[in-house]
Design a protein around this ligand. Structure first.
Ligand code: RVP
Length: 498
């Protein structure tokens, strides 16, 4: 028989980081990193492409806090592209193709549009895209809702003394005009009065409020989205690209499958996708990472079976303990100058530091974020505590939803299975504790990372593999690491025995 026993695989819990001489304090470390070859971000975190983790609300919150969200793909192409649109329009330096409304639209329809995009008003344009007015909640304030079906935009919009700016206005001049006229929106027009852009006060405020936000060259929040590789995958990728997605994640449980590798190289060879970065995943070995790199991936995502909802390792008997998987894959990634993303199995902030020391440039979180306010789904009350649904994309619920179509079965190469009793799940469904708003959760996660960097003496993420050293621990060591010999009576914001 061939020598088939590889070396020992280690999980995050098998090791600790050794303290090291340090000349940096926690508040001074720099956590910026490369997400992909071309995109950097201030916080090394991604939210998972899962239907109980990332839709537009989570993606907006992740990007504002310096990370990025990967929109899941268990929904129709149009719905996923619409979510990209919502994120890209949520905040921007200057909106070059603002949403507009016709003067003939009823207030009821206007209200629906504003609700969908969380905006408070719109420029009004005629058929030739000439600016004829602006309608904001100020114009609507004294209108009774009974009149929404009969009144039209043209009946209530502001049309006199419109405050506008030229198309090429500078940020400072725009700010001055907004302040001088005490208005919240500044439509930009060309010499013939055509609408060419829009600048809003909200965006200036947001820029001050979220200085670390992950943004594109135009000042819009960045967003990633998952795509598959079968059926209408190409159509999906194209629709997402047209909606302005920054990053596509070719999303599969086995990135070494030929179909997934082909999808990556096809995307990389098509010039229509030149402005979109392509992440490939998931792999669990050095050769798997190399295959992704050879296919052209701009970043490689690592994780076969570490996810908190994942049963691949027991159902298929396949997987690599995550710390070793990251370390192995990162060897190939480093040599090629391609960032590596550690996906799954991160429960505590200390695990993030371990992944980064092992060579990852960022981490992807599922279960740790599924309990956040911004994750899809409602809170449920169980035994007097609040929880939110969290399920694997390979669970029965995600691959065979009752009365609905599953768009993500191909993640597990089961797209041809039509009846639910023929699905072979590789994940489970459950509940995680409700954790409140994302920014508070990330504050603790990233705060923990700052502490780690201080202990190991790393000024920035690039220094972490050189400054960090692992010590392997035993079961007794792990028991000693967690609180012990105490009945916890108060909840800590960054520790749960859950
Ligand atoms: P965790 O953060 O430990 O909850 O893991 C999240 C990761 O688990 C996802 O980013 C994905 O790679 C993987 N996943 C998602 N669904 C399933 C499954 O059903 N097996 N696994």
């Amino acid at each position: 028989l061939p020598p088939i026993f590889a070396k020992l695989g280690l999980a995050y819990d098998d090791v600790l980081l050794l303290p090291n001489e340090t000349d940096v304090i926690p508040s001074e470390v720099d956590t910026s990193t490369h997400l992909t070859r071309k995109i950097t971000m201030k916080a090394p975190v991604l939210s998972a492409a899962m239907d109980t983790v990332t839709e537009s609300e989570m993606a907006i919150a992740m990007a504002r806090n310096g990370g990025i969200g990967v929109l899941h793909r268990n929904l129709s192409i149009d719905d996923q592209a619409a979510q990209v649109d919502v994120v890209k329009r949520s905040e921007s330096g200057m909106i070059t193709d603002p949403l507009t409304v016709s003067p003939e639209v009823t207030l009821a329809d206007l209200d629906k549009l504003c609700g969908k995009f969380h905006i408070s008003g719109l420029p009004v344009v005629d058929k030739e895209n000439k600016l004829v007015g602006i309608i904001t909640n100020r114009d609507m304030r004294f209108i009774a809702s009974e009149d929404y079906d009969t009144l039209k935009v043209k009946d209530v919009m502001t049309k006199e003394n419109l405050v506008t700016g030229p198309s090429n206005i500078s940020k400072d001049d725009a700010h001055r005009l907004l302040a001088q006229h005490k208005v919240e929106k500044l439509p930009l027009v060309d010499s013939e009065g055509h609408l060419t852009g829009l600048i809003t006060v909200k965006d200036f405020v947001k820029t001050e409020q979220y200085p670390d936000a992950t943004k594109d060259e135009q000042g819009r929040l960045r967003v990633a989205a998952g795509v598959g590789f079968l059926g209408d995958a190409w159509q999906r990728a194209s629709a997402l690209m047209e909606a302005g997605v920054d990053v596509l994640v070719v999303d599969t449980a086995n990135g070494e499958a030929r179909l997934a590798l082909d999808m990556i190289s096809r995307l990389k060879h098509d010039s229509a996708f030149d402005n979109v970065q392509i992440i490939g995943g998931n792999v669990g070995t050095r050769s798997g990472a190399q295959a992704m790199i050879d296919a052209g991936a701009d970043a490689v995502k690592v994780g076969i079976g570490p996810g908190s909802i994942c049963t691949t390792r027991v159902v298929a008997g396949v997987g690599v303990p995550q710390l070793t998987a990251v370390y192995e894959a990162a060897q190939a990634c480093r040599a090629a100058g391609v960032p590596c993303i550690a996906d799954g199995g991160i429960h505590y902030s200390g695990d993030i530091a371990k992944a980064l020391v092992a060579g990852a440039s960022s981490v992807m979180l599922g279960g740790a974020l599924a309990g956040c306010e911004e994750a899809p789904g409602e809170k449920v009350l169980l035994h007097g505590k609040q929880y939110k649904l969290y399920r694997g994309m390979g669970s029965l619920g995600a691959m065979a939803p009752r009365g609905k179509k599953s768009y993500s079965k191909d993640r597990y190469f089961q797209a041809d299975v039509t009846s639910s009793d023929k699905v072979v799940p590789e994940g489970v469904e459950g509940e995680v504790p409700y954790r409140g708003p994302l920014n508070a959760v990330l504050y603790q996660m990233l705060g923990g990372l700052h502490q780690s960097m201080f202990y190991i003496g790393a000024h920035n993420i690039a220094e972490m593999p050189d400054r960090g050293q692992f010590i392997r621990i035993t079961d007794a060591g792990l028991r000693e690491s967690h609180p012990h010999d105490i009945v916890m009576t108060a909840e800590a914001p960054n520790y749960s025995g859950f």
